[in-house]
Design a protein around this ligand. Sequence first.
Ligand SMILES: Cc1cc2nc3c(=O)[nH]c(=O)nc-3n(C[C@H](O)[C@H](O)[C@H](O)COP(=O)(O)OP(=O)(O)OC[C@H]3O[C@@H](n4cnc5c(N)ncnc54)[C@H](O)[C@@H]3O)c2cc1C
Length: 254
Amino acid sequence: MALDPDRYSVLTFVERIDFSEDLAVFRLRAPEPVEFTPGQYATIGLVEDDADRPLLRPYSVASAPGSTDLEFFIERVDEGDLTPRLWDLKPGAEVWMRKKVVGRFVLDTDCRYHVMAATVTGVGPYVSIARHQQRLLDAGELDTPHRFLILHGASRSWELGTYYDELSELARTTEWFDYVPTVSRPWEDPEWDGERGRVEDVLRKHVDAASFPLDETAAYTCGHPKMIDKAQGILERSGLPEDAIHEEKYFVER
Ligand SMILES: Cc1cc2nc3c(=O)[nH]c(=O)nc-3n(C[C@H](O)[C@H](O)[C@H](O)COP(=O)(O)OP(=O)(O)OC[C@H]3O[C@@H](n4cnc5c(N)ncnc54)[C@H](O)[C@@H]3O)c2cc1C
């Protein structure tokens, strides 16, 4: 079967960079630059000749808009339909993508301050937002940067992947960005000397320490539904109104 070429593009799988057995960055190349608002997701997947329907799933785009190179931070779900097949792809393979990159999990530009909480792959939208802001600043197209605090949780530090280095460097070199990586299984990661615990365990402490003005602050939670449900209450108790808290749940727990 084939998909409607007016609605779908064929991307080329370029490479997979593994952070662990089940976490990797996928780089794909589109035939033309892909425009979207940072934070949105693309619907990508495989179309097999003998299948009666395409195997498509939503993935947050981690790259900045306007490029033919697309980046996705993906977790392999062993019992899942699509992700084990993505891990089998060889460079050059075809991956389909719905042309419209969509979603409402984007920067709330009415606010200047942004608290962003992610479990592992849920950092993808924030990476796109931060990379885009850095580009706008570099191009002289933005005078006053938005202020970001990103909390990024994983079981072990290597699961934070190359985003750990990139976001730590951004925090070191800019005034507008803070990054708090946190590891929930430090006993499996004895060299880790950063924050310990799940995102929701350390969120309140870092929100309080940042002292962002509440009436100019938006919060975002992305990834695992359990973190999102817990963080919602924590953020509300820290004084943020419910409508200032945005969420992107990656799956529903069975
Ligand atoms: C808006 C949006 C953006 C998303 N962005 C990303 C992203 O950037 N990176 C990413 O890795 N995933 C992302 N997801 C999840 C992704 O769309 C798929 O659900 C996931 O990759 C599993 O696909 P699958 O076909 O392998 O498993 P499926 O066959 O679809 O699912 C099998 C079962 O596993 C559960 N499941 C799905 N994901 C997980 C998980 N991570 N951990 C445990 N159980 C799970 C499902 O609820 C289902 O019960 C996003 C989801 C949404 C809704």
